[in-house]
Unconditional design. Structure first.
Length: 91
């Protein structure tokens, strides 16, 4: 099974600020622990929503509705993700 761990967006991430060196180190150690456990698939940080678009569909076969960023509701934004592979859902 594949799982996606979501890194929530923040006002700092939306402003294009990079994480602090301490946070970068912690994320690096976490990703290494996932690799050591043999479950890490990939991890990526995403650009601020000012560089993004949302695609929505009204129904099957409809053309997408495209909304360009930035998006103001940072609590709904994703700053990055980690994808892992597990045999089962229990952690």
């Amino acid at each position: 099974m594949l799982f996606m761990l979501i890194v929530k967006g923040s006002k700092r991430a939306e402003a294009g600020e990079r994480p602090s060196p301490e946070l970068m180190e912690a994320m690096s150690e976490y990703n290494q622990a996932l690799r050591d456990a043999g479950i890490h698939v990939m991890a990526k940080g995403l650009h601020p929503s000012s560089n993004g678009m949302r695609f929505s569909y009204r129904g099957p076969g409809d053309r997408p509705i495209v909304t360009e960023g930035p998006f103001m509701q940072t609590e709904e934004l994703i700053a990055g993700f980690i994808k892992i592979r597990r045999e089962y859902a229990h952690f």
